[in-house]
Design a protein around this ligand. Structure first.
Ligand SMILES: *Cc1c(COP(=O)(O)O)cnc(C)c1O
Length: 357
């Protein structure tokens, strides 16, 4: 029997993955030139499908990197001269901050405890911040900073650039790309693909900032500097040989999601999450980590439990894989991904099993 992965990345593969991979093999896409017309049409299809799926304006570019981790670094290099600001409430948002420190910037952060989120009214962004770095979904503790909060925070600070890490929630959040300047994700979470591709969405303000920094003598990187990525993207090309097969597969799966309907995907995600949180609240064995319901992630659900390894083992016997707690919370928490790749029947089966462990 095949396992079902409810892990927060790498995660369950999208149901149509195998079919599309087979088509890629048959078309020998692993061997084509990334300067060929076939590749350019593939890049274009993937970009167009993502544009439609996430409602990305025509003026924004969609560029590819090796991972989301790379985009943490590239965005700091290209969008920050001196100062960045970060909301930090777990190890992923912390790493984004760490990268800025490591790159020699004046990185300022506001922290929240594990399982806690942020209220817009409490956020204090220093006036000198050039880039505001937000994590829509903090994967380590299943805490969401809602899209509406992101938009409200931007409206209060219209002169700063806003970037959103949507790695473990895309395509769920309904971000308004006319308000934020940049967002990014990698494909092994909500898109249900094998790891190895980062997707970076940027607007013209980001490009202008990178060019300004370069002109002022800042080092903005080499082959993956934003101006070079942007210039290549204009003709659906990439500066280096990219993960061609993954770009193809992402385009196909974004197409499948479009066909299903993004609003249906979002509604199903919200409904399944509500079902699981409802169960966790009533359960004697489990308790949702995040108390504030508005901050509970619909895509990575974290529950407290005594002895998570035992639960993980029991689920494994039933071919269901859930994630352990993050870092120090490995033994006392579980992380359950609710990504579009898992079916309604699989989610029901997980709920049923959790009720019996
Ligand atoms: C997984 C994850 C990343 C890192 O993604 P990679 O593809 O491993 O680079 C960054 N941010 C968040 C919120 C994540 O969940």
């Amino acid at each position: 029997m095949k396992k079902t992965y409810f892990t927060p990345g790498p995660a369950q593969l999208y149901p149509t993955f195998e079919k599309h991979l087979q088509a890629a093999v048959e078309e020998q896409l692993g061997s084509i030139s990334h300067r060929s017309r076939r590749f350019r049409s593939m890049y274009q299809e993937t970009a167009e499908n993502l544009r439609a799926l996430l409602n990305i304006p025509a003026g924004n570019q969609i560029v590819f990197t090796s991972s989301a981790t790379e985009i943490w670094e590239r965005s700091i290099q290209n969008l920050v001269g001196e100062s960045s600001f970060h909301l930090v409430n777990g190890s992923f948002s912390q790493k984004f901050y760490d990268f800025s420190v490591e790159l020699g910037k004046n990185a300022i952060k506001q922290d929240a405890e594990p399982g806690k989120g942020f209220e817009v009214a409490e956020v204090q962004i220093p006036i000198e911040s050039e880039l505001v770095c937000l994590t829509h979904n903090e994967t380590s503790f299943g805490v969401m900073f809602p899209a509406s909060s992101i938009h409200a925070l931007q409206a209060l600070n219209p002169e700063m650039l806003f970037i959103v890490d949507m790695v473990s929630s895309a395509p769920y959040p309904e971000l308004d790309f006319t308000k934020i300047d940049s967002a990014f994700f990698s494909v092994q979470k909500g898109f249900g693909l094998p790891p190895g591709l980062g997707v970076w969405i940027v607007n013209e303000k980001c490009l202008a900032k990178a060019e300004k920094l370069k002109a002022a003598g800042h080092r903005i990187g080499t082959y993956h500097s934003l101006p070079l990525l942007w210039k290549n993207a204009l003709s659906f090309e990439t500066p280096s040989t990219p993960n061609v097969v993954s770009i193809y597969l992402l385009g196909k799966i974004a197409g499948d999601m479009l066909q299903k309907g993004i609003q249906i995907i979002r509604r199903e995600t919200a409904e399944r999450a509500a079902e699981m949180y409802g169960f966790l609240e009533k359960s004697e064995k489990f308790k949702p980590l995040v108390q504030n319901k508005a901050h509970r992630s619909p895509t990575v659900l974290v529950t407290q439990t005594s002895g998570s390894q035992k639960v993980i083992d029991q689920l494994a016997e039933q071919y269901m894989v859930v994630g352990s707690g993050y870092g120090n919370f490995k033994e006392s928490q579980l992380r359950i991904a609710n990504f579009p790749a898992t079916t309604e029947a699989e989610w029901k089966r997980l709920l049923k099993m959790l009720a019996t462990v």
